[in-house]
Design a protein around this ligand. Structure first.
Ligand code: FAD
Length: 423
C-alpha cells in the first residue's frame, strides 16, 4: 500500500492550495482527483477570468461572507487575502484590481492561476492522481488512516484533507461526495441550498416577458419578510429574465430569499426594488413637480425621459395608470404619487431561486461548530481535515468564495503536515 503523510481528496481550488501548503511544511503529499484534470471549477470562475480574491481588509471580507463568515476569523489571522496576493505575485502571477476590490490575473485568464498552482505542486513534488475517484475514507479507532479509491486501491496517510467542494455546478466534479464521508465520521451536515443563484418569480410581468432583458444599474433590491420588514438590501446592478431576475444584486439577495421563506414558512417572499436609491422620495417628488411646472406641456413620456430607463418608465406608467402620451401637467396628483411610489418601492413576489446545480455556491454543509477553526481539523476524528465549500460557510460573488477556499486550504495543509510529521 502506498503511504503518504497527507492525502488531499479533490484537486479543486482549496485542495490544490492545501496540497501546496502541506508540501511546503515538509509533508509527503498526494492529491486525488476524480476528473482527468485539476481545477475544473476554478477554470470557469469569474467568467473564465477567475476573481481570485478581494483587496479589502479582513473585517470587510468577513462581512461579505454572510454564511458563517465568522468561522473564518482564526484562519484569517494566520493567512489572509493579502497573503493570497503575495503568494501569486511571488510565484510570477501579476494580479490587477477591478471595481469593488475584485482581483483578477492580469492575463484575464483563469488558466494562469491554475497553471501557477500546478507548477508549484510540481516543484514541491506533490503526487497527483487523476481519474481516481475516492470511494470512501478509512478510519481506525477515531483516527483517519487513508482512503479507498473506486478502483479498489488503498492509499494510506495519517492525515486526510477532504476538499471535494459543494454541489453547485456538478459538471465540474463537485457532486457532494465528501458529505457522506463527513457523516460517517460523525459530522452534522446542515441543510444544503443554492446561494448566489438567480431568483424565480411567477409574476405576470415576468411570465409575459414585459421586462425581459432589461438591465437596471445601481438599484437597491431588498428581500422583505412576512411583516414587510427589510431582511437585506443590496445596491448593485440587476437584470430581468424570462424566469425572474438575475445579476449581482439578485445573487446577493438569493440566500436571504431561502432563509426568509424557511423562517416565515412560506412558498414565496416579497422583493422591493428601488430604482433610484440615491434620491429620496421627497427629492424625487420635488424633481417631478419641477418637471410638471417647467415641462408640463410635454407628454409624460417625454417630460420624464431619462429618469429611469425608458422601458421601465413605460412599465411604471402602466402600473400607475398614467397615460404616457398625455401632457404631464394633466396627470392626476394621485397617479403621480403612485408613480413615485413605484419607482422607489416596486414590490413583487419571488418564489425561490434556481436550483443548486445552477447556483454559483452551495449554502449549508459540514457544521462549523464541529471543526476546529484554527486548524480545519475535525473535532471528532484525528487527522481528518475539511476545506472550501464543503464547510457550512458561503460568500457573495466578488472573490470571497475562492478566498475562503484558499485560506481554509492553506490552514488545513499547514496543520495536517505538522500533525503528520509529529507522529
Ligand atoms: C460558474 C462559477 C463561477 C464562480 N466564480 C467565482 C469567482 O470568480 N470568485 C470566487 O471567489 N468564487 C467563484 N465561484 C465559487 C468558487 O469557484 C468555489 O467556491 C470554489 O471553487 C470551491 O472550492 P472547493 O475546493 O471547495 O471545491 P472545488 O473547486 O469544486 O473542487 C472540488 C474538487 O473535488 C473533486 N472531487 C469531488 N468528489 C471527488 C471524489 N469522490 N474523488 C476525488 N475527487 C473528487 C472535484 O472533481 C473537484 O475537482 C464560482 C462558482 C461557479 C460555479
Amino acid at each position: 500500500m502506498t503511504t503518504y503523510d497527507v492525502l488531499v481528496v479533490g484537486g479543486g481550488t482549496s485542495g490544490m492550495m492545501a496540497a501546496i501548503s502541506a508540501a511546503e511544511h515538509g509533508a509527503k503529499v498526494a492529491v486525488i482527483e476524480k476528473n482527468s484534470s485539476l481545477g475544473r471549477k476554478l477554470l470557469v470562475t469569474g467568467g473564465g477570468r477567475c476573481n481570485v480574491t478581494n483587496n479589502r481588509d479582513k473585517e470587510e471580507i468577513i462581512a461579505h461572507i454572510p454564511g458563517n463568515g465568522r468561522f473564518l476569523y482564526s484562519a484569517f489571522y494566520q493567512y489572509d487575502n493579502y497573503d493570497i496576493m503575495d503568494f501569486f505575485r511571488s510565484n510570477g502571477v501579476t494580479l490587477k484590481e477591478e471595481d469593488h476590490g475584485r482581483m483578477f490575473p492580469i492575463t484575464d485568464k483563469s488558466r494562469t492561476i491554475l497553471e501557477a498552482l500546478i507548477g508549484i505542486m510540481d516543484r514541491l513534488e506533490v503526487d497527483i492522481y487523476t481519474e481516481a475517484p475516492v470511494d470512501t475514507l478509512l478510519f481506525d479507532e477515531g483516527k483517519v488512516t487513508g482512503v479507498q479509491l473506486q478502483d479498489g486501491r488503498n492509499l494510506q496517510a495519517s492525515c486526510v484533507i477532504v476538499s471535494t467542494g459543494g454541489k453547485a455546478m456538478p459538471r465540474t466534479g463537485s457532486t457532494g461526495d465528501g458529505y457522506k464521508w463527513a457523516k460517517k465520521a460523525g459530522h452534522t451536515i446542515t441543510p444544503l441550498y443554492p446561494t448566489e443563484s438567480p431568483i424565480l418569480s411567477d409574476e405576470p410581468f415576468i411570465k409575459d416577458t414585459t421586462l425581459q432583458g432589461l438591465s437596471l444599474r445601481d438599484v437597491a433590491l431588498s428581500v422583505l419578510n412576512k411583516k414587510n420588514k427589510k431582511v437585506v438590501t443590496h445596491q448593485m446592478d440587476m437584470i430581468f429574465t424570462h424566469f425572474g431576475i438575475s445579476g449581482p444584486a439578485v445573487l446577493r439577495c438569493s440566500m436571504f430569499v431561502h432563509q426568509t421563506m424557511k423562517r416565515d414558512k412560506t412558498e414565496e417572499v416579497t422583493m422591493s426594488l428601488d430604482a433610484l436609491p440615491n434620491v429620496s422620495k421627497g427629492e424625487l417628488t420635488q424633481q417631478i413637480q419641477r418637471l410638471i411646472n417647467n415641462d408640463g406641456d410635454k407628454s409624460a413620456k417625454n417630460a420624464l425621459k431619462g429618469l429611469v430607463p425608458e422601458r421601465y418608465l413605460l412599465f411604471a406608467f402602466d402600473k400607475a395608470g398614467l397615460d404616457e402620451n398625455a401632457p404631464l401637467k394633466q396627470a392626476a396628483p394621485d397617479k403621480i404619487t403612485q408613480l413615485i411610489e413605484f419607482i422607489k418601492d416596486f414590490q413583487f413576489s419571488a418564489n425561490g431561486t434556481q436550483p443548486i446545480e445552477k447556483a454559483f455556491v452551495t449554502g449549508g454543509g459540514i457544521h462549523t461548530k464541529e471543526v476546529n477553526p484554527k486548524t480545519m481539523e475535525s473535532k471528532f476524528t484525528q487527522g481528518l481535515f475539511f476545506t472550501g465549500e464543503i464547510l457550512d460557510y458561503n460568500g457573495y460573488t466578488g472573490g470571497y468564495n475562492i478566498t475562503g477556499a484558499f485560506i481554509t486550504g492553506r490552514i488545513a495543509g499547514m496543520h495536517a503536515a505538522k500533525l503528520a510529521l509529529s507522529k
